[in-house]
Design a protein around this ligand. Structure first.
Ligand code: GTP
Ligand code: MG
Length: 449
């Protein structure tokens, strides 16, 4: 996609549909020329809103709106950038874009504005990924997490670690190159320093995992025998009567999905058809979907009628989910507890209409999904797969360096591992990212961003 960087691009920056205002953006060296093509004044005062008439290529007035001109390099993309704020009509916006294309622009590809910003050194790859995250954020926590990544904070944290490792490497090199003049640094000290860096890297990886959680959310499959109260639970957690509930076993035929937030983590709840062996064809097809949801969800939320002794389906589900992240809920405690004997201590027993039961279930979902600690995302954290990989490689190299020091092997080997760790950390921020890596980051964007 690097081809065509010389062309000026145009796109609508606001979402499709009618609205008060729509923004059409142009970026590139011809932005000024194309502005005049659209009938805008010859000289727009930089970074100052100017009331203008926007015309099509044949000089017909399309709209009256605001123009904002940001000359290179002081713009989002680092190129000449023109924003036209026009009325939010899809038809009008199409005409403005068409006129800009007639004037020499080409339609931007998804994420191309931000890609140009990256290529022009306006933001690093980490911040670019955070831009996509903030647009896609579904909860307040996800917004805060992405916001923490917009600054260069991660680069600063990593630069400090690199500086520490570089210094250690330099001292080692001195001792290796001039063994007679430079004493080898004390091994205990080396191990302490590398240990500190390893701890920081482990923290970075752990915080990144939390970020991933807040961004991607956690899927929870609500499964159990028919009539156990699965749909009642979905409705109670949602706070609205979303799924049909009835006393007839086999009410839910298809999966029903809704999202709630627990501690800012988006939770995709999937209500499913009750699982039983004797079912008609339609119900059997629904049960097949239940099993698929159970297999692919991160957390299994088993709902079992606790007022009656568990049947074969309940026992089979308890056994099948024993080894994985799960929550067991014995429902209908208001009717009795004949079925809860032998339930493990983690199980929640109650009635889905009780607030205390719902609170216990939310806490149990948090524990099963992410260990239950309230995610703290105020610090910049890892975002892309490439960043996770780089940290993993650096940790691996440093762990080998530690092992070498402990064994008392020659420090040349340690120096080699330090270089590997330094190289891995150097990849963070995407300083020398390949086209494929750039494509992976920017393909997540929408057109106009
Ligand atoms: N007394 C009592 N009744 C409940 C409770 N939870 C659900 N029910 C009732 O149990 C019946 C079945 O509830 P549903 O939520 O439809 O059960 P389900 O597991 O979704 O059932 P299927 O979709 O058929 O698999 C309904 O009549 C509910 O009102 C509870 O905690 N206490
Ligand atoms: Mg149901």
């Amino acid at each position: 996609m690097s081809a065509g960087l010389d062309r000026t691009i145009v796109a609508v920056a606001t979402p499709p549909g009618k609205g008060a205002v729509a923004i059409v953006r142009l970026s590139g060296a011809q932005a000024g020329t194309i502005a005049r093509h659209l009938g805008l004044p010859e000289r727009l005062v930089p970074r100052t809103a100017t009331l203008v008439d926007v015309h099509d290529e044949r000089g017909r007035r399309l709209d009256r709106g605001l123009a904002l001109f940001f000359p290179a390099p002081h713009s989002y993309t680092g190129e000449d950038l023109l924003e036209l704020h026009v009325h939010g009509s899809p038809a009008l916006v199409r005409e403005v874009v068409r006129a800009a294309i007639a004037g020499g622009a080409r339609l931007a590809e998804p994420g191309e504005f931000t890609r140009r910003a990256y290529l022009n050194g306006k933001l690093d790859l980490h911040a670019a990924a955070a831009v996509a995250d903030i647009v896609e954020a579904e909860t307040a926590a996800a917004v805060r997490a992405a916001g923490a990544n917009l600054g260069g904070g991660l680069a600063v944290r990593v630069a400090e670690l690199r500086a520490t490792l570089s210094e250690v490497h330099e001292r080692l090199s001195g001792a290796i190159d001039f063994p007679d003049e430079v004493a080898e640094p004390p091994r205990a000290e080396l191990r302490a320093t590398i240990g500190r860096v390893l701890t920081e890297l482990a923290a970075l990886a752990a915080e990144g995992e939390v970020g991933r959680l807040v961004r991607d959310g956690v899927s929870v499959a609500i499964v159990g025998p028919p009539n156990a109260g699965k749909s009642s639970l979905l409705n109670a957690l949602l706070g609205e009567a979303r799924a049909l509930v009835s006393e007839i076993p086999g009410t839910t035929r298809d999966t029903v999905e809704e999202t709630i937030a627990i501690d800012g983590v988006p939770i995709r709840l999937i209500d499913t058809a009750g699982i039983r062996s004797h079912a008609d064809r339609l119900e059997a097809a629904g049960i097949e979907r239940s099993r698929r949801a159970l297999a692919t969800a991160r957390v299994a939320l088993l709902v079992i009628d606790g007022s009656i002794p568990p049947g074969p389906e309940a026992r089979a589900l308890l056994e099948a989910t024993a080894g994985r992240a799960r929550v067991v809920f014995f429902s209908k405690a208001d009717l009795g507890r004949a079925g809860v004997a032998g339930a493990d201590a983690e199980a929640v027993i109650g009635t889905s209409t009780e607030p205390a039961t719902l609170a216990a279930l939310r806490a149990a979902i948090a524990r099963a999904g992410w260990g239950g600690e309230r995610p703290d995302l105020e610090r910049p954290h890892l975002v892309s797969a490439g960043e996770f990989e780089a940290i993993a490689r650096a940790r691996e190299a440093l762990a080998l360096a530690q092992a070498t020091l402990e064994r008392g092997d020659p420090v040349d080997l340690v120096a080699g591992e330090l270089l590997r760790a330094l190289a891995a950390l150097g990849h963070l921020g995407g300083a020398d990212a390949s086209e494929a890596v750039l494509d992976a980051v920017f393909s997540r964007f929408c057109i106009g961003k």
